[in-house]
Design a protein around this ligand. Structure first.
Ligand SMILES: Cc1cc2nc3c(=O)[nH]c(=O)nc-3n(C[C@H](O)[C@H](O)[C@H](O)COP(=O)(O)OP(=O)(O)OC[C@H]3O[C@@H](n4cnc5c(N)ncnc54)[C@H](O)[C@@H]3O)c2cc1C
Length: 307
């Protein structure tokens, strides 16, 4: 039995790690250059670094917490005080550290955009710009709209009730430290969150900040160019802190079209009638890393228990 997993976000890696630990032959395909999906870390010029996706790790379920504690023991997770009286685990030296922890020992092909998944007598054929192979089972862990395009026809359930809010995110490095709170929730009408990213443990530069626009501002400005998004969000950030353009060493923006699940499916995964194809991800259960982990591990358990 060979298993292909599409996507190296938390759901894909959690699934792959559990299946590999049980001795299954698993190959993970990731379209991006890096792994981790929305649990993302951007490394920019001059040593600047930003968590421009997920900010902190939260979770209640025992299995998820045990995984996070194992990552902590391995040095991939540490606590961060957010300045609002809360302590959160975060990946260190960046949020992708948690993905790298889970990916240890896995067979992973990055920069491989899966463009088709088709059935033939031998199983499921996966292709990018070339045929990658035929697998007994395929697990698609992309965001729901992408999963529908790729494997939707083969699934028993439709997932088009799933809804996401987008998030436009600013990454800015300043020339100097400023006296501002480590985190600010809803600091302006347009900004939902500002974090002093450089204050997280193990970060290379203390002057890095991340700001996320509100869902409303993100929807309104979603189709602007990234340069225009960066310029407008930088203006909001600087005005809020009483700074000006001369304070800025670096700024860029990221457009998360499928950022935070607002309406989840309500079940941990969907399958094909014969149980050889699965789709899952945070969108099955909720808006957080933990939900992605729960979906990915539920798929792995289903495969292991039905064998
Ligand atoms: C701005 C932002 C802030 C957030 N803040 C938090 C937070 O503080 N705490 C929290 O718990 N959660 C947070 N989240 C949510 C969290 O990041 C997600 O719930 C979680 O990372 C989703 O994991 P996933 O594996 O389901 O999906 P993803 O991380 O989206 O992984 C899917 C992967 O599939 C890959 N892929 C897509 N199509 C293909 C293809 N055709 N071929 C190959 N690969 C493909 C993608 O490149 C991606 O790597 C935040 C998200 C965003 C965007």
């Amino acid at each position: 039995m060979t298993i292909a997993i599409i996507g190296s976000g938390m759901s894909g890696l959690a699934c792959a790690a559990r299946l590999a630990a049980a001795g299954r032959s698993v190959t993970v395909f990731e379209k991006g250059r890096g792994i981790g999906g929305r649990m993302a870390t951007r490394r920019a010029e001059s040593g600047f670094q930003f968590d421009h996706g997920a900010q902190v790790i939260t979770g209640e379920s025992a299995g998820f917490r045990a995984m996070v504690e194992a990552a902590r023991r391995a040095g991939a997770v540490a606590d961060w005080q957010d300045g609002q009286g809360r302590t959160h685990p975060v990946g260190t030296p960046g949020m992708t550290a948690l993905a790298k922890f889970l990916a240890q020992g896995l067979t992973l092909h990055q920069g491989t955009d899966i463009t088709s998944v088709t059935r033939d007598a031998g199983g499921w054929r996966l292709s990018s710009d070339q045929l990658l192979g035929t697998f007994s089972q395929v697990i698609c862990t992309t965001p729901a709209p992408q999963a529908m395009r790729l494997v939707g026809d083969a699934l028993t359930d439709t997932v088009d009730t799933v809804v996401y809010a987008p998030s436009l995110t600013l990454m800015v490095a300043l020339h100097r430290r400023i006296d501002a709170p480590r985190t600010q929730t809803n600091p302006t009408n347009a900004l939902a969150w500002i974090a002093h990213d450089g204050s997280k443990p193990g970060r290379p530069s203390e002057t890095c900040w991340v700001a996320q626009a509100t869902p409303e501002w993100s929807v309104t400005h979603l189709e602007l160019s990234k340069d225009e998004i960066a310029a407008r969000m930088l203006d909001l950030f600087l005005t809020h802190h009483g700074l000006d353009a001369t304070d800025v060493a670096y700024a860029t923006a990221h457009r998360w079209r499928y950022a935070l699940v607002t309406d989840a499916l309500g079940q941990p995964f969907v399958t094909s009638p014969d149980g050889t194809l699965y789709a899952g991800g945070d969108w099955c259960l909720g808006p957080r890393i933990e939900h992605a982990w729960l979906s990915g591990t539920a798929i792995a358990d289903d495969i292991l228990h039905s064998a």
